[in-house]
Design a binder for this molecule. Structure first.
Ligand code: NCD
Length: 303
């Protein structure tokens, strides 16, 4: 039985295969509409979500399967003190596959040790978010026609932003990727992630101003300052508007830059950017649905 806890649980070949399946689904959706008939996905969300939970739901429904679950810890037996392992063993009796999000780093890994059905990590604390990364990879490959040979700027809360951590781990396995880490010092990429980049021998640099590097970038990956992971509100308020991408800041950017954001956005991309052809974050949302369809098929052993 396979799980997806960390993006590196899947080889590059397996990820490329998922991207191929997702592209085939986009081209031939009718071929897939009943393929999961009789299967049930459980979505266990101990933390808020719009896109991830609903895209999993939409993905399973688009495959002809059914979905059950909860959207907040308060409405589950976690509120009574049940362990994640017990919840997951229970839900495994009602479903064929589980997508779970949890505020504690490592919770999906623990869940995967006791489960009877495949577990998908839909975000664990400030740690990892592998299905957002699959979404990002599908988007980048559709926009650029490749996943190697590019400079990717990651901007915002690189400390607590789990999407950034998983995306870096994934991109490190492709050739000639340069990382430009754009953040205030307090929100810089955690040491264990900087060491991971070093160990892989990739090129990288850290800067504080996005204007200084804009013209180098093929991808600009914006992120939200992760309020819920701060220890005090004062720090959040001081740092939350460090970066606001607007049309002025894009002046020197490449014409074929792709601007991505896992969303939700708070203030970090001005709404005026949405009409710029380089804004790809809503295309990215759609990719999230198709790649999750591909992932469900793969983990259920159907494809
Ligand atoms: C991200 C997350 O939950 O980490 N959202 C998402 O899943 N698309 C990013 C965020 O919340 O800032």
């Amino acid at each position: 039985m396979r799980h997806l806890i960390n993006i590196t649980d899947f080889s590059v070949d397996e990820i490329n295969e998922l991207i191929d399946i997702a592209n085939d689904i986009i081209d031939n959706p009718k071929d897939y509409m009943d393929i999961c008939h009789g299967k049930i996905l459980a979505t266990l969300f101990f933390e808020p979500s719009t896109r991830t939970r609903l895209s999993f739901t939409s993905a399973m429904m688009s495959l002809g399967g059914q979905v059950l679950g909860f959207a907040e810890a308060a409405s589950s037996s976690a509120a009574k003190g049940e362990s994640v392992s017990d919840t997951v063993r229970t839900v495994g009796c009602y479903s064929d596959i589980i997508a779970m999000r949890h505020p504690k780093e490592g919770a999906p890994l623990i869940a995967s040790e006791r489960t009877t059905v495949p577990i998908i990590n839909a975000g664990d604390g400030g740690h990892f978010h592998p299905t957002q990364t699959l979404t990002d990879l599908l988007t980048i490959s559709r926009e650029k026609g490749r996943l190697d040979n590019m400079t990717i700027g990651l901007c915002g809360d690189l400390c607590f932003g789990r999407t950034v951590h998983s995306l870096i781990e994934a991109m490190l396995r492709y050739d000639n990727i340069k990382f430009v880490l754009i953040s205030p010092h307090e929100l810089r990429l955690p040491k264990y992630m900087r060491e991971t980049i070093e160990a892989a021998g990739a090129q990288w640099k850290e800067v504080e101003r996005m204007e200084d590097v804009m013209e180098e970038l093929d991808i600009l990956y914006m992120t939200r300052v992760q309020r819920e992971r701060f220890f005090n509100e004062e720090d959040y308020v001081r740092l939350k508007d460090t970066y606001i991408l607007d049309l002025d800041k894009l002046e020197k950017a490449k014409e074929d830059l792709a601007i991505l954001h896992p969303l939700p956005r708070v203030n970090e991309i001005a709404v005026e950017v949405d009409d710029d052809p380089r804004a790809k974050y809503f295309d990215q949302v759609l990719c999230g649905r198709y790649i999750r369809m591909a992932l469900i098929l793969r983990l259920l052993g159907i494809k």
